[in-house]
Design a binder for this molecule. Sequence first.
Ligand code: SF4
Ligand code: SF4
Length: 162
Amino acid sequence: MLEKTGIPTPEQLEAIKPSKERLAKGPVAIVECFQEIPCDPCYTACNRGGFLPFEDINDLPRTDEEKCNGCSICVGFCPGLAVFIVDETYSDDEALVTIPWEFTRLPAEGSQVWGLDREGNEAARVTVKKVRKSAKKNGAHVITLMVPKDKAYDIRSISHKE
Ligand code: SF4
Ligand code: SF4
């Protein structure tokens, strides 16, 4: 499925989901990187040990969920736009989801937009909480969204459509 559509399987996504205990503690990185390619900016961007050392440059990245504090620095460093941050502790009804954004048109903070799922379908109305430049020169912007909690693992992009 991944090779044909670019969309991970439910099993692949479940395998990288942080533990319930870790999610209850606050924001944490989720890395949807499933193809062995020579790439490691996620690992080198993190100075907290949030990624386990690579034995080989082609290794799939693995996180240390206890060392990751969800700072989101790695989000803007990943050329594959594969790193997201989920914070389930934001409120009773909403989670914060932080995504990479490589387009020049930026959403306005406070605006309501459509949150899109991995297939590009409109999944829920979401609010843009924060828009930040990447810590990496010319890296993707980093956008934090307030999303309905039950969509925290579905929404991976946004549309400007009203
Ligand atoms: S979110 Fe921050 S602490 Fe966590 S892996 Fe990324 S850079 Fe490291
Ligand atoms: S930087 Fe992104 S694409 Fe490269 S290994 Fe890390 S998660 Fe995968």
